[in-house]
Ligand binder design. Structure first.
Ligand code: UDP
Ligand code: MG
Length: 160
C-alpha cells in the first residue's frame, strides 16, 4: 500500500524561505534547511545569491514606510543569502511556526529564531506570510528553469 503514489487531495501551498546574510555568515544554512526537510516539506528551489538592492526593496515593498526599512535593505544585501522554494499542504503557516516570532527574544524555544537568534534586525530567516506572497516571492527570487518539479520518494510515507 505505501508504494502506491497518491495524488494530492488537498491544495499544495508554496513558501519562499530565505536564510538571511547573518544565517549564512554564522554557518546556519544546513541547520535551517534541515528543519524544513525533516518536517517533510518538498524543496523545489535552492541557491546561494547576492541580492541586489532593487530586489530587496521589491521583496520588502510593503515595509517601505517603516523607519527600519533602510537598515533592513542594508542587512539583506550585506552578504549572500540562501533562497529556497518549499511546497506542501499548509507549508506557509507551518513554516511561520517553525521560524517563530519576528523578535527572536519572543520566539518560542524550538523555533529557528527562538533557538538561533537574539535580535529582530538579525533574525536569520525569512518566510512568506501568505500563500499569495509565497507565489509572488518565489516568482521574484527565482528565474524560469530554477524551480524543479519532482516527486520525493518519501511522499506516501508522509501522507496517507
Ligand atoms: N524588522 C526590523 N525591525 C522591526 C521589524 C522588522 O528590522 O521592527 C526586519 C526583520 O528582519 C523582519 C523583517 O524586517 O524579519 C520583515 O518584517 P516582518 O514584520 O515582515 O517580519 P517577519 O515576517 O520576517 O517575521
Ligand atoms: Mg514578513
Amino acid at each position: 500500500k505505501p508504494h502506491i503514489f497518491l495524488p494530492h487531495l488537498e491544495k499544495v501551498d508554496k513558501s519562499y524561505i530565505m536564510v538571511k546574510p547573518d544565517g549564512v555568515q554564522r554557518g546556519l544554512v544546513g541547520e535551517i534547511i534541515s528543519r524544513f526537510e525533516k518536517k517533510g516539506f518538498k524543496l523545489t528551489g535552492l541557491k546561494l545569491f547576492q541580492c541586489p538592492k532593487e530586489l530587496a526593496e521589491e521583496h520588502y515593498k510593503d515595509l517601505k514606510s517603516k523607519p527600519f526599512f533602510p537598515k533592513l535593505i542594508d542587512y539583506i544585501t550585506s552578504g549572500p543569502v540562501v533562497c529556497m522554494a518549499w511546497e506542501g499542504v499548509g507549508v506557509v503557516a507551518s513554516a511561520r511556526k517553525l521560524i517563530g516570532a519576528t523578535n527572536p527574544l519572543q520566539a518560542e524555544p524550538g523555533t529557528i529564531r527562538g533557538d538561533l537568534a537574539v535580535q529582530t534586525g538579525r533574525n536569520v530567516v525569512h518566510g512568506s506570510d501568505s500563500p499569495e506572497n509565497g507565489e509572488r516571492e518565489i516568482a521574484l527570487w527565482f528565474k524560469e528553469g530554477e524551480i524543479c518539479e519532482w516527486s520525493p520518494a518519501q511522499t506516501p510515507w508522509l501522507m496517507e
